[in-house]
Ligand binder design. Structure first.
Ligand code: 6GU
Length: 287
């Protein structure tokens, strides 16, 4: 049965086996599409889609700009699964539930997770439309005691006290920088520190200034807990943030963050991001 914190290993195996019975190739790489970035899944060939609502015990996503399905198939010949639509804490899901798909990916045979998100740029050198390779994160929600691994630990996934000092794979980040040069997009590709806040409201000016002071380059509402769950079960991780707006860090600035802008920038960058992620999948599969 299910424990009060998280699903049992057996329940997650049931979900994985249900999916395996409906697909023809087991994925090697898992991709989580960020807000407005669902088109990343459109380059998947031989695709087989399964809606979240058709998967027993799977949550459903409720956010505009997120579709709510798993797309299986191939990118550059590499078997992948993409989540078109992720689960956010602000939707009301506990963190372990937001991260349930990561454990399902692990049980499907996935070795590498590519997480993408839309984020506000705090680093003053970042421009709207920049793509930030995530070098590291600060788990703000974890500081407040909220963590996807909170509760009993199942050693079949990973250790009670997992290290997090090499969360974002160094080789993958180097490959991403090489690929950015090859694609001639290195002018918009940056590298920095991401943090996740619970949302759903965007942050106050004081909050953003605090985050800036502690070394945060981009702020969003996802990814950190997924990466913790992925590292716990020994997936290799790469993450990128699409900078969709500049964080307002001055009371003189009249701009206000809004979800429409987030989706607009996603659309503006969809072709470049698709090209970038396709190339990353191809290159990550070689190492
Ligand atoms: Cl400014 N904050 C957060 N938490 N998430 C965002 C954002 C800002 N812009 C896009 N996503």
């Amino acid at each position: 049965g299910n424990s009060s914190k998280g699903y049992s290993y057996e329940t997650l195996l049931e979900i994985a086996n249900f999916l395996l019975s409906r697909i023809s190739v087991k994925p090697h790489i898992g991709i989580i599409c960020g807000s407005g970035m669902g088109s990343l899944a459109e380059s998947i060939t031989e695709s087989e889609s399964i809606s979240y609502e058709d998967i027993p015990n799977f949550p459903v996503s409720t956010v505009e700009g997120h579709h709510g399905k798993l797309v299986f198939g191939k990118i550059s010949g590499v078997p992948v699964v993409a989540m078109q639509g992720r689960f956010h804490y602000y939707e009301g899901y506990p963190l372990w539930k937001c991260c349930l798909p990561v454990r399902v990916m692990k049980l499907l045979g996935v070795k590498t997770l590519i997480a993408t998100n839309a984020a506000g740029g705090l680093n003053p050198s970042y421009k709207i439309g920049d793509v930030m390779i995530v070098k590291d994160h600060i788990n703000m929600m974890g500081f407040a005691g909220n963590n996807p691994l909170h509760g009993p630990n199942d050693e079949r996934f990973g250790p009670r006290f997992p290290p997090m000092s090499k969360a974002y794979n160094y080789e993958y980040r180097n490959i991403a920088k090489e690929v950015a040069k090859e694609l001639n997009i290195d002018n918009i590709v940056k590298e920095g520190v991401y943090t996740c806040l619970g949302g759903p409201n965007f942050e106050t000016v004081a909050e953003l200034n605090m985050l800036k002071m502690v070394g945060v380059d981009a702020v969003g509402m996802s990814t950190v807990h997924e990466v913790i769950t992925a590292r716990h079960c020994d997936l290799n991780v790469f993450a990128l943030s699409l900078i969709t707006n500049e964080c307002v860090t001055s009371y003189e600035n009249n701009d206000e963050a809004n979800h429409e802008e987030v989706l607009d920038v996603g659309r503006m960058r969809q072709d470049i991001l698709r090209l970038f992620v396709n190339k990353l999948v191809e290159r990550f599969a070689l190492i």
